[in-house]
Design a protein around this ligand. Sequence first.
Ligand SMILES: C[S@@+](CC[C@H](N)C(=O)[O-])C[C@H]1O[C@@H](n2cnc3c(N)ncnc32)[C@H](O)[C@@H]1O
Length: 203
Amino acid sequence: MIFSGPDDGPLALDRLPDWGARFGDAAARLELEIGCGHGGFALAFGRRHPERALVGIEQRKAFARLVAEKAARQRLGNVLVLQGDGRLLAPRLFAAGSLAAIHVHFPDPWWKRRHVRRRLVDDRMSSLLLGLLAPGGLLDFRTDVERYALDAVARLEEVGFRNEAGPGGFSEAPPDELPSTREKRYLEIGQRVWRLRLRRPPG
Ligand SMILES: C[S@@+](CC[C@H](N)C(=O)[O-])C[C@H]1O[C@@H](n2cnc3c(N)ncnc32)[C@H](O)[C@@H]1O
């Protein structure tokens, strides 16, 4: 099931959605969050950036519904939440080169060796994320799992992302960064976060 808010019907996926019709001027600065969970980031983003738009994709139906309902209650017309698999939905929702930023915060680590291929950031997804971003667009990736961070930075640089922190490096949190639901908990307990801020090269 795919839904965007309590009153919205399913989104047709036979062609790319008309984001301008949905978000108005905010569609000029369109961003994607994959795996928005309980929505701490998406909802704060919607409140802080009325001039931008965010599409959140969340696989778990209960979480997607919760965040969509909160966005509707808070009248955040610039936030749309869809339930589904971000790996499948993203290329059907966005034209190549159309996103200003993509946010991936604390993706499931899939610890067991035989499950590692289920990770969100694999080679195919790395190329897809690069292709969806506009030149200069930002991939904002955060994890608390060092092994995932090291694997992701190698893959993402390999497909052509430029690392703001230099090759193989991790970034500090920018002062105006919005924490996700999980990250708020980590900030309280002092859990280290590995943060990648990677850009699609301009031109
Ligand atoms: C560990 S939680 C982190 C949630 C949130 N980003 C945060 O930082 O609080 C990972 C989330 O990603 C969702 N998820 C996992 N794989 C996904 C996929 N392929 N597409 C969309 N969501 C996915 C899970 O259902 C879960 O809500």
